[in-house]
Write a protein that binds this ligand. Structure first.
Ligand code: UDP
Length: 475
């Protein structure tokens, strides 16, 4: 039974995985702190990731908003053992629908808006049944949104596999997407995750508003195309609210203090931070090459190390922060002794936001996940964009070619092992070499642009969030 309340009440729903949960939690905080919303967050949990459980617990104990965990459904009878990530997430969300519907209906205060992430588009009818607005929260960027809503059309236009095409795909008004950059679900058109992705692309435009983790000055062309009736706006009629960059506030650093203490002793801008997000893993061979590349670059570094994965680049997506830390079994012989003055290895999970904002950090080798990218840009750091899965190949190209804040391997890391010499060149370029100066300058410029977006005096994301909040307060 729902009753009305004085402050508007936003209900946010996150799919499993830290890359989904983190921006939803942060967006919830923005609604509370900037606009006095009451916020309830439903987190469909994986319950397999130590870092995810800790984050949900920490959010619950902060008491800023109500967090309700939806237990993960058993989907073992519905997906094959080798099912891919998007299939697993889509099926987990589908199977959570009745629990979620019941939980939302039993809230004591009536929601004014339900905000789903892109894996929640099948839940729009829950909002319709309650008679409240339904928004879609895209925790990624405008290029990703453009490709996603355009894929149902590409599905009709393109014959054969996308990756076998010889020409880039033209997305109206946007930068084109090369066949080797397509998002993971487009790699194999016969795989279930492709059908899930096309469905999501058809469903996103059915919502009442789209929130996106970017800002107007970062992606002006793509956003204009999404709003132009003659371009992608012909597909996406819902208003688009840019609410980025959404970046986590630094965490309290109890047990993780050691790495920050080490950073305190290093010179300014001298340390490269190496982390492949919550889910990224490398092959054994690639891990060895990366270790050599870091050592031979003669730069200081912090490396969040995960045991190599034999099969999947997203191998730790559901287990982030768990597992062993016996580095010596998979790193080059003698590596730990040789680097111990200049390098710091962190097992599994590091306090990334605290590290990136530390003045000793001067660059970021990242898998180009969008949260990590926003955290990097907000701290003015040049990047080595090392894409592994999801939409990261597109992000990496855009970071290197369009935004000019990154270098990236010559060939996609999913295609072949990136050798130590190329790694040395990339590390030295963003950290110290003269030819990397324009990239370092550009990173600083974008940091200012990001700050401007949240300025209370006319910042585009600040205004966009106010517009959205006022619309929900006075629909
Ligand atoms: N993260 C972290 N410590 C780690 C690895 C990742 O705090 O050791 C956080 C990171 O700050 C970011 C999120 O996990 O907020 C990862 O999101 P992203 O979109 O970059 O990648 P995904 O994990 O979704 O692939």
């Amino acid at each position: 039974m729902v009753t009305s309340i004085s402050n508007p009440h936003a209900v946010l729903i996150s799919s499993p995985g830290l890359g989904h949960l983190i921006p939803v939690l942060e967006f919830g905080k923005l609604l509370i702190t900037h606009h006095n919303f009451e916020v309830t967050i439903f987190a469909v949990a994986s319950r397999t990731s130590a870092a995810e459980s800790e984050m949900i617990q920490a959010a619950m104990s902060s008491k800023l908003c109500q967090i309700i965990e939806i237990s993960p459904p058993n989907i073992s009878h519905l997906v094959d053992a080798d099912a891919t990530l998007v299939t697993i997430l889509a099926v987990m969300m589908r199977e959570s629908k009745s629990a979620l519907r019941a939980a939302i209906s039993s809230l004591t205060s009536r929601p004014n808006v339900l905000i789903f992430d892109v894996f929640g588009t099948e839940f729009f009818d829950i909002a319709d049944d309650l008679g409240v607005a339904k928004y879609c929260f895209v925790a990624s960027n405008a290029w990703f949104l453009s490709l996603t809503v355009y894929t149902p059309l590409l599905d009709k236009l393109v014959q054969g596999e996308y990756v076998d095409q010889t020409e880039p795909f033209d997305i109206p008004g946007c930068r084109s997407v090369r066949p080797e950059e397509v998002v993971d679900p487009m790699l194999d058109r016969r795989n279930q995750q492709y059908f899930e992705y096309v469905r999501i692309g058809r469903e996103i435009p059915l919502c009442d508003g789209i929130l996106i983790n970017t800002w107007e000055d970062l992606q002006p062309k793509a956003l204009a195309a999404l709003r132009d009736d003659k371009l992608l706006g012909g597909i996406v009629k819902a208003p688009i609210y840019t609410v980025g960059p959404i970046v986590r506030t630094p965490e309290p650093t109890g047990s993780n203090r050691e790495v920050l203490d080490w950073l305190d002793k290093q010179p300014s801008d001298s340390v490269l931070y190496v982390s492949l997000g919550s889910g990224g893993t490398l092959s054994y061979e690639q891990t060895i090459e990366l270790a050599w590349g870091l050592e031979l670059s003669q730069q200081r570094f912090i490396w969040v190390v995960r045991p190599p994965s034999t099969a999947k680049a997203d191998g730790s997506f559901f287990t982030a922060g768990s597992g062993g830390d016996d580095f010596s079994s998979f790193l080059p012989e003698g590596f730990l002794n040789r680097i111990h003055e200049v390098g710091k290895l962190v097992p599994k999970w590091a306090p990334q936001v605290n590290i990136l904002r530390h003045s000793s950090v001067g660059g970021f080798l990242s898998h180009a996940g969008w949260n990590s990218t926003m955290e990097s840009i907000s701290n003015g750091l040049p990047m080595i964009a090392w894409p592994l899965y999801a939409e990261q190949r597109m992000n990496a190209t855009a970071l290197a070619e369009e935004l000019g804040v990154a270098v990236r391997p010559k060939i996609q890391p999913s295609e072949r092992v990136v050798g130590r010499d190329e790694i040395v060149t990339m590390v030295r370029k963003i950290m110290v070499d003269k030819q990397g100066q324009p990239i370092r300058d550009r990173a600083k410029e974008l940091k200012h642009s990001a700050e401007k977006a949240w300025s209370s005096e006319g910042g585009s994301s600040y205004n966009s969030l106010s517009l959205l909040a006022n619309k929900r307060k006075h629909p």
